[in-house]
Design a protein around this ligand. Structure first.
Ligand code: NAP
Length: 323
């Protein structure tokens, strides 16, 4: 494994690299750029790659991984690859075929982590966001506990090493944990988490259940126009964050990542720029004082860049709960 990475233990005995490389890019970015960027990321030391069926870059990520393996730069067993089950495939009979499709796209025999992308099921079909004539999303009523059982079967079949969830609130996690006949606990919950939404209650809950909190949007998201309010604060420009950065002679991005790592959170960081990719890996090279941690704690305002309001009408919309 790369000496640059550190690892966090998962409850099922596997280990997740403590910083992940995010692969989501809005549609206007040519997919071919994802191949080069992922090769670059592996080249500079990332071993944890986060993708999803719905990002529609699994094929590109697969090409990049295979090319680095063929070049002898990395071994499959040294990589930690996450992909996600999309919300139109929550019916139990659709879970394994969906995973198999992702594996084919990724040119892999197994993924390290397979997670339910969002706890709101939508009608199955060819459309990622099925809608009626008025543009209203067609939601479904599948119980995610049944979806979870299908994920357990995929783990038993060796198609995935670890299984987890994303964007679940603590009550939804509790429902899985209390499910009669539960075979495997979710190893992680991947949620939006950063200085403006530090998820302290959800983090405490997850820690108490041995569930790792993986953070997306750790750097304030890519502020994609279609999902993020363009008037929302630019996280990396936060004056308090910038002061802490100056004091520690590190960039605001590194401080934002270090704040999460030091709380036991596994952040994802997205960048297609080599200098930023390299810089973000320096997160393991320094520590923040407890005073700096406290200062950063004070920036929390439970703010979400990605409230995913299009799901707000569904009873499983996760953000109606406090945490
Ligand atoms: N589970 C979910 O529902 C969910 C939702 C959203 C995202 N995700 C995952 O989480 C990943 C990360 O989230 P994200 O893509 O929204 O964005 P992010 O990691 O918060 O990054 C935001 C932006 O920060 C900039 N950046 C990165 N390193 C930097 C550095 N060292 N200095 C200055 N700027 C830097 C990059 O912009 P520039 O390159 O322009 O500088 C990047 O686009 C995604 O790619 C995806 O894999 C999951």
């Amino acid at each position: 494994m790369s000496s640059k990475q550190q690892f966090v233990a998962l409850s099922d005995g596997h280990f997740i690299p403590a910083l992940g490389f995010g692969t989501y890019k809005p549609n206007e970015v040519p997919k071919s750029k994802s191949v080069e960027a992922t090769k670059l990321a592996i080249g500079v030391g990332y071993r944890h790659i986060d993708t999803a069926y719905v990002y529609h870059v699994e094929e590109e990520i697969g090409q990049a991984i295979q090319s680095k393996i063929k070049a002898g730069d990395v071994k499959r067993e040294d990589m930690f690859i996450t992909t996600k089950l999309w919300c139109t495939c929550f019916r139990p009979e659709l879970v394994r075929p969906s995973l198999e499709k992702s594996l084919k796209n990724l040119q892999l025999d197994y993924v390290d982590l397979y997670i339910m992308h969002f706890p709101v099921p939508m009608k199955s079909g060819n459309n990622d966001f099925p809608a009626d004539g008025q543009g209203k999303l067609l939601l479904d009523t599948v119980d995610f506990c049944a979806t979870w059982e299908a994920l357990e079967t995929c783990k038993d079949a060796g198609l995935v090493k670890s299984i987890g969830v994303s964007n679940f609130n603590h009550r939804q996690l509790e429902r899985i944990l209390n499910k009669p006949g539960l075979k495997y606990k979710p190893v992680c919950n991947q949620v939006e988490c950063h200085i403006y939404n530090n998820q302290s209650k959800l983090l405490d809950y997850c820690k108490s259940k041995d569930i790792v909190l993986v953070a997306f949007g750790a750097l304030g998201t890519q502020r994609y126009k279609e999902c993020v309010d363009q008037n929302s604060p630019v996280l990396l420009n936060d004056p308090v964050l910038c002061d802490v950065a100056k004091k520690n002679k590190r960039s605001p991005a590194l401080i934002a990542l270090r704040y999460l790592v030091q709380r036991g959170v596994v952040p994802l960081a997205q960048s297609f720029k080599e200098n930023e990719m390299k810089e973000n890996l320096q997160v393991f090279e320094f520590q923040l004082s407890s005073e700096d941690m406290k200062t950063l704690e004070g920036l929390n305002k439970n703010f979400r860049y990605l409230p995913v309001k299009c799901f707000a009408d569904h009873p499983e919309y996760p953000y109606s709960e406090e945490y």
